[in-house]
Design a protein around this ligand. Structure first.
Ligand code: GTQ
Length: 344
């Protein structure tokens, strides 16, 4: 630190009570040549943390906790409930017979199913039964409750835009009087109505969120398997697809982009970086991701994070299937999203 000139310091002290401060003292930290990212690359191996997740089930009920979740906190953002500067992630446990009571909030949530079969999420009057690899959305201000009527625990990865909503000071939440909301549509209705390459005639979307709220893994995997026949890989991504709102073609949620990616036949991807920090959940296969010079090994059910503008590449051992999410939709809307594909 250079010593501030005494006459300047005297001036700063005099203007401070008027809530004024000189830009030139802080300019270089405010407007930087490229992102200065605090978050670091990190991996959570499911085998290492599964016991901790299960143990929480004996400490508190889902009902008392409201949401019984272990937050995945970025090691460089401790105490902030963030996995990147803009995103929250956690592993939520719901045991057989439990309910996580109905509430709604302005934060958008995604669920990516990691373990268990047949628990449900109800969203705005419709229940969906969840299976591993399913991607389920909870749009902003939509009533939602979770329950498990199966005979095994279910664990899913929660992804929320909590840090974004608090940045805007735009967080609202409320509880429903009952634990479970009343259902008004049969299970599977929205997927049939909006997810079959068809739309109801005259339908107009009134919100930016997709009317499909469960994108079943079975369908996603089938699509990837069909597409691999064409053998056209992106050198940086393999075969990477984004989940879309079928009404608008935009991302499934307005604040968070979600992707499913196949790295075929032990593919090693080319170095890549982008300004959206990415959270990954491994569905199938094993491999490694080298991010910012740090190697992270991964296998099924592991979660890892690659921060904004961090150069990385993936190395799959055989076929690998990776789910991921990021804040890319907002960055694209604002016109600031950037990528660096090296020479690819
Ligand atoms: O399921 O509604 O991980 O409200 C954090 C906040 C999950 C949820 C979280 C939430 C939820």
């Amino acid at each position: 630190m250079t010593q501030t000139d005494p006459s300047r310091q005297e001036y700063y002290d005099r203007i401070a009570p008027s809530n004024l401060t000189p830009l030139w003292e802080v300019m270089s930290g405010l407007v930087t040549p490229e992102p200065r990212v605090q978050a670091k690359a990190a991996v959570w191996h499911y085998d290492d943390i599964r016991d901790f997740v299960m143990e929480s089930g004996g400490l508190i009920t889902a009902k008392e906790a409201v949401r019984r979740v272990l937050i995945l906190e970025n090691p460089n953002l401790q105490g902030q409930s963030k996995i990147t500067n803009t995103l929250y992630a956690g592993l939520q446990l719901i045991l057989p017979g439990e309910v996580a009571p109905a509430h709604r909030h302005t934060q958008t949530a995604l669920r990516f199913i990691v373990e268990g079969h047949g628990a449900y999420t109800a969203v705005e009057g419709e229940k969906t039964i969840m299976q591993p690899g399913d991607f389920v959305t909870t749009p902003s201000w939509a009533w939602h409750d979770h329950g498990n009527e199966s005979d095994e625990p279910m664990v899913w990865l929660d992804g929320l835009d909590i840090p974004i909503i608090s940045f805007f000071d735009a967080g609202f939440a409320e509880d429903l009087d009952e634990d479970s909301q009343e259902l008004s549509r049969p299970t599977g209705d929205s997927l049939a109505r909006f997810g079959a390459g068809l739309l109801p005639v005259g339908y107009e979307n009134t919100t930016p969120a997709s009317p499909v709220f469960n994108y079943p893994y079975e369908r996603t995997r089938e699509a990837l398997e069909q597409m691999r026949q064409a053998r056209e890989w992106d050198p940086c991504h393999g075969l990477k697809m984004r989940y879309v709102n079928p009404v608008t073609g935009d991302y499934a949620m307005p604040t968070m982009a979600t992707f499913m990616q196949l790295l075929p036949d032990g593919m090693h991807t080319a170095p890549y970086r982008s300004t959206d920090g990415m959270v990954y959940s491994v569905v199938e296969g094993t491999g490694r991701t080298v991010a910012g010079g740090q190697e992270m090994t991964w296998g099924p059910r592991d979660t890892f994070v690659i921060p904004s503008w961090c150069q990385h590449h993936h190395e799959a051992d055989g076929d690998a299937v990776l789910f991921s999410f990021s804040d890319r939709p907002i960055q694209e809307k604002v016109g600031i999203w950037r990528q660096d594909r090296g020479n690819h």
